[in-house]
Design a protein around this ligand. Structure first.
Ligand code: CU
Length: 458
Protein backbone atom coordinates (compact mmCIF):
# COMPACT_ATOMS: atom_id res chain seq x y z
CA UNK A 1 0.00 0.00 0.00
CA UNK A 2 1.17 3.50 -0.70
CA UNK A 3 0.71 6.87 0.80
CA UNK A 4 -0.80 8.61 -2.18
CA UNK A 5 -0.66 12.23 -3.15
CA UNK A 6 -4.02 13.63 -4.02
CA UNK A 7 -3.43 15.41 -7.27
CA UNK A 8 -3.22 12.73 -9.87
CA UNK A 9 -6.76 12.38 -11.13
CA UNK A 10 -8.97 13.97 -13.72
CA UNK A 11 -8.98 17.68 -13.27
CA UNK A 12 -11.81 17.64 -15.85
CA UNK A 13 -14.34 15.70 -13.82
CA UNK A 14 -15.71 18.55 -11.74
CA UNK A 15 -16.03 20.72 -14.84
CA UNK A 16 -18.05 18.00 -16.59
CA UNK A 17 -20.23 17.65 -13.53
CA UNK A 18 -21.25 21.28 -13.90
CA UNK A 19 -22.68 20.78 -17.37
CA UNK A 20 -26.47 21.05 -17.48
CA UNK A 21 -28.06 17.92 -16.06
CA UNK A 22 -31.15 17.89 -18.25
CA UNK A 23 -30.62 16.60 -21.74
CA UNK A 24 -33.10 17.55 -24.45
CA UNK A 25 -34.97 14.61 -25.91
CA UNK A 26 -33.12 15.00 -29.19
CA UNK A 27 -29.65 14.86 -27.67
CA UNK A 28 -29.52 12.23 -25.01
CA UNK A 29 -26.08 11.99 -23.57
CA UNK A 30 -24.01 8.92 -24.15
CA UNK A 31 -22.43 6.83 -21.48
CA UNK A 32 -19.70 5.05 -23.38
CA UNK A 33 -18.20 1.89 -21.92
CA UNK A 34 -14.86 1.24 -23.55
CA UNK A 35 -11.13 0.81 -23.13
CA UNK A 36 -9.06 3.77 -21.96
CA UNK A 37 -5.72 4.60 -20.41
CA UNK A 38 -5.68 6.47 -17.13
CA UNK A 39 -3.23 7.23 -14.35
CA UNK A 40 -4.32 4.87 -11.58
CA UNK A 41 -1.03 4.44 -9.72
CA UNK A 42 1.07 7.39 -8.50
CA UNK A 43 2.68 9.63 -11.13
CA UNK A 44 5.99 7.77 -11.20
CA UNK A 45 4.16 4.70 -12.57
CA UNK A 46 2.91 4.30 -16.16
CA UNK A 47 -0.73 4.75 -17.08
CA UNK A 48 -3.05 1.79 -16.64
CA UNK A 49 -5.15 0.19 -19.37
CA UNK A 50 -8.68 0.22 -17.97
CA UNK A 51 -12.26 -0.23 -19.07
CA UNK A 52 -14.07 2.98 -18.32
CA UNK A 53 -17.25 4.98 -18.70
CA UNK A 54 -16.53 8.03 -20.87
CA UNK A 55 -12.79 7.36 -20.76
CA UNK A 56 -12.32 8.06 -17.06
CA UNK A 57 -12.24 6.12 -13.79
CA UNK A 58 -14.49 6.95 -12.09
CA UNK A 59 -16.74 7.71 -15.06
CA UNK A 60 -18.33 11.12 -15.49
CA UNK A 61 -20.01 12.11 -12.25
CA UNK A 62 -23.77 12.34 -12.69
CA UNK A 63 -25.21 15.02 -10.45
CA UNK A 64 -28.88 15.96 -10.48
CA UNK A 65 -31.53 17.44 -8.22
CA UNK A 66 -33.99 15.25 -6.34
CA UNK A 67 -36.85 14.17 -8.58
CA UNK A 68 -34.88 14.78 -11.78
CA UNK A 69 -35.04 12.58 -14.84
CA UNK A 70 -31.76 10.91 -15.79
CA UNK A 71 -31.23 9.76 -19.37
CA UNK A 72 -28.08 8.10 -20.60
CA UNK A 73 -27.61 6.06 -23.74
CA UNK A 74 -25.17 3.30 -22.83
CA UNK A 75 -22.93 2.58 -25.83
CA UNK A 76 -20.93 -0.60 -25.54
CA UNK A 77 -17.46 -0.14 -27.03
CA UNK A 78 -16.14 -3.17 -25.13
CA UNK A 79 -15.55 -6.63 -26.54
CA UNK A 80 -17.81 -8.11 -23.83
CA UNK A 81 -21.51 -7.68 -23.17
CA UNK A 82 -22.29 -5.12 -20.50
CA UNK A 83 -25.10 -3.35 -18.61
CA UNK A 84 -25.30 -0.58 -16.04
CA UNK A 85 -26.80 -0.90 -12.57
CA UNK A 86 -27.73 2.30 -10.70
CA UNK A 87 -26.83 1.23 -7.21
CA UNK A 88 -29.16 2.21 -4.38
CA UNK A 89 -31.60 4.12 -6.55
CA UNK A 90 -35.24 3.15 -6.14
CA UNK A 91 -36.02 3.42 -9.83
CA UNK A 92 -38.09 1.55 -12.41
CA UNK A 93 -37.28 -2.16 -12.44
CA UNK A 94 -36.74 -2.11 -16.23
CA UNK A 95 -33.87 0.38 -15.72
CA UNK A 96 -32.10 -1.62 -13.01
CA UNK A 97 -29.47 -3.04 -15.36
CA UNK A 98 -29.39 -6.74 -14.47
CA UNK A 99 -28.92 -8.95 -17.54
CA UNK A 100 -31.19 -11.98 -17.46
CA UNK A 101 -33.54 -10.42 -14.93
CA UNK A 102 -34.43 -6.86 -16.01
CA UNK A 103 -32.91 -6.55 -19.50
CA UNK A 104 -30.79 -8.33 -22.08
CA UNK A 105 -27.07 -7.67 -21.84
CA UNK A 106 -25.91 -5.00 -24.27
CA UNK A 107 -23.75 -6.58 -26.97
CA UNK A 108 -20.52 -5.06 -28.26
CA UNK A 109 -21.40 -2.05 -30.47
CA UNK A 110 -24.94 -2.20 -29.07
CA UNK A 111 -26.67 0.42 -27.00
CA UNK A 112 -29.41 0.78 -24.39
CA UNK A 113 -31.31 3.83 -23.22
CA UNK A 114 -31.45 4.24 -19.45
CA UNK A 115 -34.23 6.66 -18.58
CA UNK A 116 -35.46 7.05 -15.03
CA UNK A 117 -36.48 9.49 -12.33
CA UNK A 118 -34.57 9.63 -9.04
CA UNK A 119 -36.91 9.77 -6.03
CA UNK A 120 -34.32 10.08 -3.28
CA UNK A 121 -31.53 12.54 -2.54
CA UNK A 122 -28.17 11.11 -1.50
CA UNK A 123 -24.90 9.51 -2.51
CA UNK A 124 -25.22 6.69 -5.06
CA UNK A 125 -23.08 5.10 -7.71
CA UNK A 126 -23.39 3.21 -10.97
CA UNK A 127 -21.41 0.26 -12.21
CA UNK A 128 -21.35 -2.57 -14.69
CA UNK A 129 -23.57 -5.49 -13.73
CA UNK A 130 -22.30 -7.96 -16.31
CA UNK A 131 -19.19 -10.04 -15.63
CA UNK A 132 -18.83 -7.50 -12.88
CA UNK A 133 -15.95 -9.21 -11.10
CA UNK A 134 -13.89 -8.28 -14.12
CA UNK A 135 -15.70 -5.20 -15.44
CA UNK A 136 -15.88 -3.32 -12.13
CA UNK A 137 -12.30 -4.33 -11.26
CA UNK A 138 -11.21 -2.87 -14.61
CA UNK A 139 -12.83 0.47 -13.81
CA UNK A 140 -16.45 0.45 -15.03
CA UNK A 141 -18.09 2.57 -12.35
CA UNK A 142 -18.96 6.17 -11.52
CA UNK A 143 -20.62 8.28 -8.85
CA UNK A 144 -24.19 9.55 -8.97
CA UNK A 145 -25.18 12.33 -6.57
CA UNK A 146 -28.75 13.46 -6.05
CA UNK A 147 -28.87 16.85 -4.35
CA UNK A 148 -31.43 17.77 -1.72
CA UNK A 149 -33.52 20.83 -2.59
CA UNK A 150 -32.25 22.36 0.67
CA UNK A 151 -28.80 20.88 1.07
CA UNK A 152 -27.02 21.73 4.33
CA UNK A 153 -24.56 24.59 4.09
CA UNK A 154 -20.96 23.42 3.91
CA UNK A 155 -17.68 24.93 2.71
CA UNK A 156 -16.76 21.88 0.63
CA UNK A 157 -18.86 18.96 -0.64
CA UNK A 158 -16.39 16.18 -1.44
CA UNK A 159 -16.79 12.66 -2.81
CA UNK A 160 -14.19 10.36 -1.25
CA UNK A 161 -13.95 7.42 -3.61
CA UNK A 162 -12.20 4.39 -2.15
CA UNK A 163 -10.99 1.61 -4.39
CA UNK A 164 -8.74 -1.43 -4.32
CA UNK A 165 -6.77 -2.46 -7.40
CA UNK A 166 -4.73 -5.54 -8.13
CA UNK A 167 -1.87 -4.13 -10.19
CA UNK A 168 1.31 -5.55 -11.64
CA UNK A 169 4.71 -3.87 -11.20
CA UNK A 170 3.98 -1.98 -14.44
CA UNK A 171 0.73 -0.69 -12.92
CA UNK A 172 -1.40 -2.87 -15.20
CA UNK A 173 -4.50 -4.67 -13.97
CA UNK A 174 -3.60 -8.24 -13.07
CA UNK A 175 -5.34 -10.49 -15.57
CA UNK A 176 -6.28 -13.17 -13.05
CA UNK A 177 -10.03 -12.98 -12.79
CA UNK A 178 -12.04 -15.96 -11.67
CA UNK A 179 -9.42 -17.66 -9.54
CA UNK A 180 -11.02 -20.29 -7.37
CA UNK A 181 -8.79 -19.36 -4.42
CA UNK A 182 -10.02 -15.75 -4.49
CA UNK A 183 -13.62 -16.74 -5.04
CA UNK A 184 -13.66 -19.26 -2.21
CA UNK A 185 -12.05 -16.86 0.30
CA UNK A 186 -12.51 -13.12 0.79
CA UNK A 187 -12.71 -12.39 -2.94
CA UNK A 188 -10.21 -10.82 -5.32
CA UNK A 189 -8.39 -8.40 -3.04
CA UNK A 190 -6.00 -5.87 -4.51
CA UNK A 191 -2.55 -4.59 -3.60
CA UNK A 192 -3.18 -0.89 -4.17
CA UNK A 193 -5.85 0.79 -2.05
CA UNK A 194 -6.56 4.42 -2.51
CA UNK A 195 -8.95 7.23 -1.73
CA UNK A 196 -9.45 10.05 -4.19
CA UNK A 197 -11.26 13.30 -3.54
CA UNK A 198 -13.65 14.95 -6.01
CA UNK A 199 -13.19 17.85 -6.24
CA UNK A 200 -9.53 17.69 -5.37
CA UNK A 201 -9.56 20.29 -2.60
CA UNK A 202 -6.04 21.66 -2.04
CA UNK A 203 -6.45 23.36 1.33
CA UNK A 204 -8.94 23.73 4.15
CA UNK A 205 -9.30 26.16 7.05
CA UNK A 206 -9.81 25.42 10.70
CA UNK A 207 -13.53 25.39 11.60
CA UNK A 208 -14.58 24.94 7.99
CA UNK A 209 -17.42 22.48 7.51
CA UNK A 210 -17.14 19.64 4.97
CA UNK A 211 -19.60 17.12 3.64
CA UNK A 212 -17.73 13.93 2.85
CA UNK A 213 -19.42 11.30 0.70
CA UNK A 214 -17.51 8.04 0.99
CA UNK A 215 -18.12 5.36 -1.64
CA UNK A 216 -16.45 1.95 -1.53
CA UNK A 217 -16.20 0.84 -5.16
CA UNK A 218 -13.92 -2.15 -4.47
CA UNK A 219 -15.11 -5.47 -5.84
CA UNK A 220 -14.42 -7.35 -2.61
CA UNK A 221 -12.50 -5.36 0.01
CA UNK A 222 -14.09 -4.16 3.24
CA UNK A 223 -12.62 -0.75 4.12
CA UNK A 224 -12.17 0.30 7.72
CA UNK A 225 -11.29 3.97 7.68
CA UNK A 226 -10.85 6.89 10.03
CA UNK A 227 -10.64 10.67 10.03
CA UNK A 228 -7.99 12.80 11.72
CA UNK A 229 -7.93 16.59 12.09
CA UNK A 230 -11.71 16.69 11.65
CA UNK A 231 -14.62 15.69 13.87
CA UNK A 232 -18.19 15.22 12.96
CA UNK A 233 -21.24 13.13 12.39
CA UNK A 234 -22.57 10.49 10.07
CA UNK A 235 -25.65 11.99 8.40
CA UNK A 236 -26.54 9.32 5.82
CA UNK A 237 -25.92 5.63 5.10
CA UNK A 238 -26.26 4.20 1.61
CA UNK A 239 -27.77 7.50 0.51
CA UNK A 240 -30.55 7.58 3.10
CA UNK A 241 -30.46 10.27 5.81
CA UNK A 242 -30.20 9.21 9.44
CA UNK A 243 -33.07 10.53 11.49
CA UNK A 244 -30.51 11.57 14.08
CA UNK A 245 -26.89 12.39 13.06
CA UNK A 246 -24.45 10.09 14.81
CA UNK A 247 -21.09 11.30 16.13
CA UNK A 248 -18.30 9.21 14.56
CA UNK A 249 -14.71 9.41 13.38
CA UNK A 250 -14.34 5.88 12.05
CA UNK A 251 -16.45 3.65 9.87
CA UNK A 252 -16.47 0.26 8.19
CA UNK A 253 -17.66 0.26 4.57
CA UNK A 254 -18.33 -3.02 2.82
CA UNK A 255 -18.12 -3.08 -0.99
CA UNK A 256 -20.82 -0.80 -2.50
CA UNK A 257 -21.74 0.85 0.79
CA UNK A 258 -21.71 4.63 1.17
CA UNK A 259 -21.61 6.95 4.14
CA UNK A 260 -22.05 10.73 4.27
CA UNK A 261 -20.26 12.62 7.03
CA UNK A 262 -20.56 16.26 7.95
CA UNK A 263 -17.31 17.19 9.68
CA UNK A 264 -15.66 20.33 10.94
CA UNK A 265 -11.93 20.90 10.61
CA UNK A 266 -10.63 20.81 14.17
CA UNK A 267 -6.90 20.33 13.49
CA UNK A 268 -4.64 23.34 13.96
CA UNK A 269 -3.22 25.51 11.23
CA UNK A 270 -0.14 23.77 9.83
CA UNK A 271 -1.60 20.32 10.49
CA UNK A 272 -3.46 18.15 7.99
CA UNK A 273 -6.94 16.73 7.70
CA UNK A 274 -6.27 13.06 7.01
CA UNK A 275 -8.12 10.05 5.67
CA UNK A 276 -6.78 6.88 7.26
CA UNK A 277 -7.35 3.24 6.57
CA UNK A 278 -6.74 0.36 8.91
CA UNK A 279 -5.48 -2.90 7.47
CA UNK A 280 -5.12 -5.53 10.19
CA UNK A 281 -3.17 -3.67 12.91
CA UNK A 282 -1.58 -1.05 10.66
CA UNK A 283 -2.89 2.40 9.82
CA UNK A 284 -2.10 4.09 6.49
CA UNK A 285 -2.76 7.63 5.31
CA UNK A 286 -4.80 7.40 2.11
CA UNK A 287 -5.18 11.10 1.48
CA UNK A 288 -4.68 14.40 3.28
CA UNK A 289 -5.51 18.09 2.96
CA UNK A 290 -3.32 20.81 4.52
CA UNK A 291 -5.00 23.11 7.04
CA UNK A 292 -3.67 26.47 5.89
CA UNK A 293 -5.60 28.99 7.96
CA UNK A 294 -8.47 29.59 10.30
CA UNK A 295 -11.89 30.49 9.03
CA UNK A 296 -13.30 31.62 12.31
CA UNK A 297 -12.33 31.39 15.93
CA UNK A 298 -15.56 29.65 16.82
CA UNK A 299 -16.63 26.07 16.28
CA UNK A 300 -19.67 25.57 14.06
CA UNK A 301 -23.24 24.93 15.16
CA UNK A 302 -24.63 21.48 15.81
CA UNK A 303 -25.00 19.25 12.74
CA UNK A 304 -28.67 18.88 11.80
CA UNK A 305 -30.31 15.85 10.16
CA UNK A 306 -30.63 15.90 6.37
CA UNK A 307 -34.18 16.29 5.04
CA UNK A 308 -35.90 12.86 4.85
CA UNK A 309 -36.46 11.02 1.57
CA UNK A 310 -39.96 9.95 0.48
CA UNK A 311 -39.70 6.38 1.75
CA UNK A 312 -41.79 4.72 4.42
CA UNK A 313 -40.09 3.54 7.59
CA UNK A 314 -41.11 0.22 9.07
CA UNK A 315 -43.40 0.29 12.03
CA UNK A 316 -44.54 -2.97 13.61
CA UNK A 317 -42.83 -5.99 12.07
CA UNK A 318 -44.07 -8.54 14.60
CA UNK A 319 -46.71 -10.04 12.31
CA UNK A 320 -44.70 -9.79 9.08
CA UNK A 321 -43.95 -12.84 6.98
CA UNK A 322 -40.41 -14.26 7.11
CA UNK A 323 -38.22 -15.73 4.36
CA UNK A 324 -34.91 -17.01 5.67
CA UNK A 325 -31.74 -16.73 3.62
CA UNK A 326 -29.07 -19.21 4.66
CA UNK A 327 -25.57 -18.76 3.26
CA UNK A 328 -23.29 -21.75 2.93
CA UNK A 329 -20.07 -22.68 1.17
CA UNK A 330 -16.66 -21.15 0.69
CA UNK A 331 -13.30 -22.34 1.93
CA UNK A 332 -13.38 -24.20 5.23
CA UNK A 333 -17.11 -24.68 4.88
CA UNK A 334 -17.19 -26.58 1.61
CA UNK A 335 -20.43 -27.20 -0.20
CA UNK A 336 -21.03 -30.94 -0.39
CA UNK A 337 -23.88 -30.43 -2.79
CA UNK A 338 -26.16 -27.73 -4.13
CA UNK A 339 -28.57 -27.12 -6.96
CA UNK A 340 -27.11 -25.24 -9.92
CA UNK A 341 -29.08 -24.47 -13.10
CA UNK A 342 -31.82 -26.75 -11.81
CA UNK A 343 -29.55 -29.76 -11.27
CA UNK A 344 -28.26 -31.18 -8.05
CA UNK A 345 -24.46 -31.28 -8.15
CA UNK A 346 -21.73 -32.54 -5.87
CA UNK A 347 -18.72 -30.46 -4.81
CA UNK A 348 -16.61 -31.35 -7.85
CA UNK A 349 -19.33 -30.55 -10.35
CA UNK A 350 -20.03 -27.26 -8.60
CA UNK A 351 -16.38 -26.22 -8.71
CA UNK A 352 -16.19 -27.18 -12.40
CA UNK A 353 -19.00 -24.67 -12.88
CA UNK A 354 -17.23 -22.04 -10.77
CA UNK A 355 -19.84 -22.34 -8.02
CA UNK A 356 -18.60 -22.29 -4.44
CA UNK A 357 -21.37 -20.63 -2.42
CA UNK A 358 -25.10 -21.22 -2.08
CA UNK A 359 -28.21 -19.51 -0.75
CA UNK A 360 -30.73 -21.97 0.70
CA UNK A 361 -28.95 -24.82 -1.08
CA UNK A 362 -28.99 -23.19 -4.52
CA UNK A 363 -25.86 -21.86 -6.21
CA UNK A 364 -26.45 -19.07 -8.72
CA UNK A 365 -29.79 -17.63 -9.80
CA UNK A 366 -32.77 -19.76 -8.73
CA UNK A 367 -35.76 -20.04 -11.05
CA UNK A 368 -38.09 -19.06 -8.24
CA UNK A 369 -37.66 -15.91 -6.16
CA UNK A 370 -36.66 -16.08 -2.51
CA UNK A 371 -40.08 -14.57 -1.86
CA UNK A 372 -42.96 -12.72 -3.48
CA UNK A 373 -43.81 -9.53 -1.59
CA UNK A 374 -47.27 -8.06 -1.91
CA UNK A 375 -47.75 -4.36 -2.54
CA UNK A 376 -47.32 -2.62 0.80
CA UNK A 377 -46.45 -5.89 2.52
CA UNK A 378 -43.51 -6.09 4.92
CA UNK A 379 -41.11 -8.99 4.45
CA UNK A 380 -38.53 -10.02 7.05
CA UNK A 381 -35.39 -11.79 5.88
CA UNK A 382 -33.16 -13.35 8.53
CA UNK A 383 -29.75 -13.68 6.87
CA UNK A 384 -27.94 -16.64 8.40
CA UNK A 385 -24.24 -16.65 7.62
CA UNK A 386 -23.18 -20.28 7.89
CA UNK A 387 -19.74 -19.53 6.44
CA UNK A 388 -16.46 -18.27 7.90
CA UNK A 389 -16.35 -15.18 5.65
CA UNK A 390 -18.16 -11.84 5.85
CA UNK A 391 -20.74 -11.07 3.17
CA UNK A 392 -22.25 -7.75 2.08
CA UNK A 393 -25.85 -8.44 1.11
CA UNK A 394 -27.37 -5.93 -1.31
CA UNK A 395 -30.96 -5.69 -2.48
CA UNK A 396 -31.69 -3.81 -5.68
CA UNK A 397 -34.34 -1.11 -5.98
CA UNK A 398 -35.33 -1.07 -2.31
CA UNK A 399 -33.92 0.01 1.02
CA UNK A 400 -34.38 -2.10 4.14
CA UNK A 401 -34.01 -1.65 7.87
CA UNK A 402 -32.30 -4.06 10.17
CA UNK A 403 -34.50 -5.77 12.78
CA UNK A 404 -32.06 -5.96 15.66
CA UNK A 405 -32.13 -8.72 18.25
CA UNK A 406 -33.68 -6.40 20.82
CA UNK A 407 -36.50 -5.67 18.37
CA UNK A 408 -35.40 -2.12 17.52
CA UNK A 409 -35.08 -1.10 13.88
CA UNK A 410 -31.88 0.13 12.26
CA UNK A 411 -31.35 2.90 9.72
CA UNK A 412 -32.40 2.53 6.08
CA UNK A 413 -29.68 0.83 4.02
CA UNK A 414 -29.27 -1.04 0.74
CA UNK A 415 -26.29 -3.20 1.72
CA UNK A 416 -25.62 -4.95 5.03
CA UNK A 417 -22.36 -6.54 6.14
CA UNK A 418 -22.98 -9.89 7.81
CA UNK A 419 -20.01 -11.26 9.75
CA UNK A 420 -18.97 -14.95 9.80
CA UNK A 421 -21.35 -17.22 11.67
CA UNK A 422 -23.63 -14.29 12.40
CA UNK A 423 -27.36 -13.87 11.79
CA UNK A 424 -28.70 -10.44 10.90
CA UNK A 425 -32.31 -9.80 10.04
CA UNK A 426 -33.58 -7.19 7.62
CA UNK A 427 -37.10 -6.13 6.67
CA UNK A 428 -38.54 -3.94 3.97
CA UNK A 429 -41.88 -2.83 2.62
CA UNK A 430 -42.84 -3.85 -0.93
CA UNK A 431 -43.13 -0.36 -2.40
CA UNK A 432 -41.24 -0.67 -5.68
CA UNK A 433 -42.69 -3.38 -7.94
CA UNK A 434 -40.48 -5.63 -10.01
CA UNK A 435 -37.97 -8.44 -9.94
CA UNK A 436 -35.09 -7.35 -7.78
CA UNK A 437 -31.73 -9.02 -7.45
CA UNK A 438 -30.58 -9.78 -3.89
CA UNK A 439 -26.93 -10.78 -3.77
CA UNK A 440 -23.58 -10.61 -2.06
CA UNK A 441 -21.70 -7.49 -3.17
CA UNK A 442 -18.37 -9.16 -2.76
CA UNK A 443 -18.54 -9.52 -6.51
CA UNK A 444 -16.41 -12.66 -6.48
CA UNK A 445 -18.93 -14.31 -4.18
CA UNK A 446 -21.78 -13.17 -6.36
CA UNK A 447 -20.16 -14.74 -9.40
CA UNK A 448 -19.47 -17.92 -7.44
CA UNK A 449 -23.06 -18.53 -6.41
CA UNK A 450 -24.41 -15.86 -4.03
CA UNK A 451 -27.39 -14.59 -6.02
CA UNK A 452 -31.11 -14.70 -5.54
CA UNK A 453 -34.03 -12.37 -6.16
CA UNK A 454 -37.37 -11.21 -4.81
CA UNK A 455 -40.51 -10.22 -6.64
CA UNK A 456 -42.44 -7.19 -5.42
CA UNK A 457 -45.97 -7.17 -6.76
CA UNK A 458 -47.52 -4.15 -8.41
CU1 CU B 1 -19.97 -12.69 0.07
Amino acid sequence: MHNITRRQFFAGVSALALMPGIARATEIRELRAGPAKVQVAPAEYPQTDVWAFDGAVPGTMIRVGQGARVQRRLVNALKQDTAVHWHGLRIDNAMDGVPGLTQDAVKPDGDFLYDFTVPDAGTYWYHSHNQSTEQVARGLYGVLIVDEPNAPEVDHDIVVLMDDWRLTQQAQIADDFGQIHDWSHGGRLGNYIHARLFPDVQAVQKNQRLRLRFVNTATDRIMQFGLRGMTGHIVALDGMPLQQPMAAETMVLAPAQRVDFIVDITGDVGEKAQFLIQDRDQVFILSEIPITGQQSANPRDQVAALPPNPIAYLSDVSTARTAELRMTGGAMGGLRKAVYNGQEMDANELIENGQIWAFNGVAGMPDEPLSVVGKGETLRIPIVNDTVFPHAMHIHGNHFQEVRQDGTLGPLRDTILVQPNETREIAFIGENPGEWLFHCHMLSHQAAGMRTWVRVEA
